[in-house]
Design a protein around this ligand. Structure first.
Ligand code: PAF
Length: 282
């Protein structure tokens, strides 16, 4: 496995691989890798000749300076996990490599309002930063396939829209959420939970499952309110529970009127903001 820090070196390598007819898979990450990332990486390696993982804590997608500062950085451990997963190249660039002076990387994109809902209400500018970095990384790596996780439901939906809007010749592959035995969705942020909060954070998945089980029993507004109440345990603060059309991310009014329905939530567990979702219907 090669660890490459410079854009020019990575591009030279990729040009060589493409000339030799190799297919390229790419998984962008911000490091602090867990089993969810490793599952993505393994699927990518299985489905492509060459698997590339980027590790870059992208400053432009953080709307709180403290979140950026506290984001775990564990490159040595990450590299060991990716080596085991048989990843071929780890791309770990500096800010200057990703955003060199003089290169315009901001985008004007029609995201059809996908970025305004749910996370967009609470994390201003977040998705502009995500699109900016993913576009830049796709420009650098020019992969055949891009691998992202379902846990960030809104994120992959937006990236899918960006790929379509900019006609980027890359296929998006979305991998299932990987959960702890307790049901808690794996996340780099879980490492910042206290032991007690980690135990009780299982309330999030339990509540999402409760919604699935009771989706035809209550009205949608009752379901959402009851879910918010269930997750309002001491030390926890749910920000939203949204039951949305999986394509448009618009709140739905009637379960029966849609083929693809997802429930998404964001919950503060102490100082740590967790997101999760499950598909109610597809
Ligand atoms: O999901 C993440 O870790 C990040 O948002 C991503 C896609 C790597 C962009 O920085």
């Amino acid at each position: 496995m090669k660890i490459i820090k410079k854009v020019a070196q990575l591009q030279k390598e990729i040009t060589k691989l493409k000339k030799a007819g190799k297919t390229i898979g790419f998984t962008p990450t911000m490091g602090a890798l867990h089993k969810g990332h490793v599952t993505l990486a393994k699927q990518m390696v299985k489905e492509n000749d060459i698997g590339i993982v980027s590790i870059f804590v992208n400053p432009t997608q953080f709307n709180e300076a403290s979140d950026l500062k506290n984001y775990p950085r564990t490159l040595k451990n990450d590299a060991a996990l990716l080596e085991k997963a048989k990843v071929h190249i780890v791309f770990a660039p500096s800010n200057e490599e990703v955003y060199p002076k003089g290169l315009k990387t901001t985008l004007k994109l029609d995201l059809k309002g996908l970025d305004k809902r749910m996370e967009g209400q609470f994390r201003k500018g977040h998705f502009a930063g995500v699109c900016q970095v993913v576009k830049r990384l796709l420009d650098i790596t020019t992969p055949d396939s891009l691998y992202m996780g379902q846990k960030d439901f809104q994120q992959f939906t937006i990236i899918d829209q960006m790929i379509a809007a900019l006609k980027i010749p890359t296929r998006l592959v979305v991998c299932d959420i990987v959960r702890e035995k307790s049901g808690l969705a794996m996340s780099s942020r879980n490492s910042r939970l206290t032991g007690d909060h980690k135990k009780r954070a299982t309330i999030i998945y339990e509540t999402l499952q409760w919604i699935k089980k009771n989706k035809n029993r209550y009205s949608l507004s009752d379901l959402k309110q009851k879910a918010l109440d269930k997750m309002s345990i001491p030390g926890f603060k749910p920000e939203y529970v949204s039951i949305v059309n999986g394509n448009t991310l618009k709140n739905i009014r009637k379960m029966g009127a849609h083929d693809y329905v997802v429930v998404c939530t964001a919950v503060w567990a102490g100082e740590v903001r967790l997101i999760d979702n499950i598909i109610l219907k597809k």
